[in-house]
Design a binder for this molecule. Structure first.
Ligand SMILES: Cc1ncc(COP(=O)(O)O)c(C=O)c1O
Length: 458
């Protein structure tokens, strides 16, 4: 392509929220995705591209570095850079319900789509290896030894020495929590406000008292945490310390130590839900500590696919042994054939995670960019996870959600995430859909929210 074709395809690519190299790289990626730049075509030489775009050669070199790292260009030594589509861009990144292919865009659940090709290959490999499993009774027990070993090895590699006997496989993180709750039977549970809504419903259904402690994008309120643990003394705490749902907050190391101290002082069993832990979207990810002494629950729901229905508990071997004998263990376990599929996928998780993080980072930044600088809402760009947590400055979230629904966009309002039904002005906005759907999401939000559309649509 000529330098003029490049400049014309990119149009006005500079953005106030990003450096020149980042903005240029994003613009090249977007132009490739929607066909303005042809996959397989060669970018002009650096010096000519710089002149055509009105930037320094250093900016072009830096943008090419980003594009190369993210898989948008191939550069052979001494020759031009060729455009290509990175694997993440060629696979479906959100379920069709979240893209609006069946009508409304449904973002009440923040769920990425299955990695189709890898998943189908894993199913085939699992089927080929299913003979020994199919020869058994079908009882899952604590889980397939191979899967328990694989997960134990992952914890150990992260610095938390773990034996397979310390892992119990369940049908997802919610089953892991349900089993732990059924076994521990806490009188009261400390929970974050806001938090993942489903466990709240589970605790309420079993008559467990909920005690809240506030968490915002800025972190955990340690005074409230102290009060909550005091009230829940002898009971349990359900926390999501890593890229918390819905705030995206990451619990600092010092707060984790405080939680551990409070837990010991008030005899509270801490269950840390690590479902979001691998969705670290920071530019320079650093290792994330754990809350010392906590029981861990995990899931493949966000890193692979919610429909896989495989999760786990990591705790002391004695506790895992007791859980394995609980009457609910079998009904809450994952089907052995699903465990085989999970084993195949978890064995080589890193490439899938890399693609997922790249896609989510782009989508998070795109949606943040669309919503930035508008005084009808406030939000912090989260360091990880799947959603923006918007505080509306003028409107109630349920009204906005109703108007958005009338315009074909389903969202969850704040109170469903809050044990005390607060957060009436908050809205969770998942950035799981692709860029073109996020553009529609921002347009609907604009129309559903505030003075530009005083009558609303609902
Ligand atoms: C914090 C958290 N834990 C767990 C899950 C999913 O649990 P499961 O593995 O049961 O699908 C979600 C899904 O939204 C979540 O946000």
């Amino acid at each position: 392509m000529t330098d003029n074709q490049l400049a014309a395809a990119l149009g006005a690519w500079r953005r106030p929220d990003a450096g020149l190299a980042r903005a240029l790289a994003d613009a090249v990626g977007d132009a490739t995705l929607d066909g303005r730049l042809r996959v397989g075509s060669r970018l002009p030489a650096e010096r000519r591209a710089a002149a055509a775009l009105g930037v320094s050669r250093g900016t072009v070199v830096a943008a090419l570095g980003i594009l190369r790292d993210e898989g948008w260009v191939d550069t052979r030594r001494g020759s031009a850079s060729t455009l290509r589509l990175p694997p993440a861009a060629t696979t479906r990144i959100a379920p069709s319900s979240a893209i609006g292919e069946h009508g409304a865009i449904d973002l009440r659940r923040a769920v990425p789509a299955a990695p189709h090709a890898s998943y189908q290959r894993a199913v085939l490999r699992a089927a080929e290896r299913s003979g020994p499993v199919l020869a058994e009774s079908g009882e899952a027990g604590p889980g397939l030894p191979e899967l328990r070993s694989l997960l134990a090895d992952r914890y150990t590699a992260e610095g938390l020495a773990t034996r397979p006997e310390q892992i119990l496989i369940t049908s997802g993180a919610r089953s892991a929590l349900a089993l732990l709750s059924a076994h521990l039977r806490p009188r009261a549970v400390a929970v974050e406000i806001p938090t993942y809504a489903d466990p709240l419903a589970g605790f309420r259904a079993s008559g467990t008292r909920l005690v809240g402690c506030r968490v915002t994008a800025d972190g955990w309120d340690l005074d409230q945490l102290d009060g909550a643990f005091r009230t829940a003394a002898g009971g349990m705490a359900y926390l999501v310390p890593d890229f918390q749902n819905p705030t995206g907050a990451l619990m600092p190391k010092a707060a984790r130590r405080t939680v551990a101290r409070l837990a010991e002082r008030h005899r509270v069993t801490v269950v840390a839900d690590e479902t979001m832990r691998d969705l670290d979207l920071r530019d320079a990810p650093a290792p994330v500590q754990r809350i010392p002494g906590s029981l861990l629950i995990g899931s493949a729901a966000k890193t692979i696919w919610a429909g896989l229905r495989v999760g786990w508990v990591r705790g002391p071997a004695a506790l895992v042994g007791e859980l394995a004998h609980h009457p609910l263990c079998e009904p809450l376990s994952a089907a052995p054939t699903q465990q085989l599929v999970a084993t195949e996928l978890l064995r080589d998780l890193e490439p899938l995670l890399r693609d997922r993080r790249t896609a989510l980072r782009r989508q998070r930044d795109h949606l943040s960019g669309l919503l930035a600088g508008d005084d009808r809402w406030r939000f912090a760009v989260p360091p990880g996870g799947l959603a923006l947590w918007l505080r509306l400055t003028t409107e109630r979230a349920d009204l906005v959600a109703t108007r958005a629904r009338a315009r074909g966009l389903e969202l969850s309002a704040g109170p469903s995430f809050a044990a005390d039904a607060t957060h009436a002005h908050h809205l969770r906005l998942p950035y799981t859909p692709p860029i073109s759907t996020l553009d529609r999401v921002a347009t609907v939000l604009d129309l559903a929210c505030g003075h530009r559309d005083p009558q609303g649509a609902g």
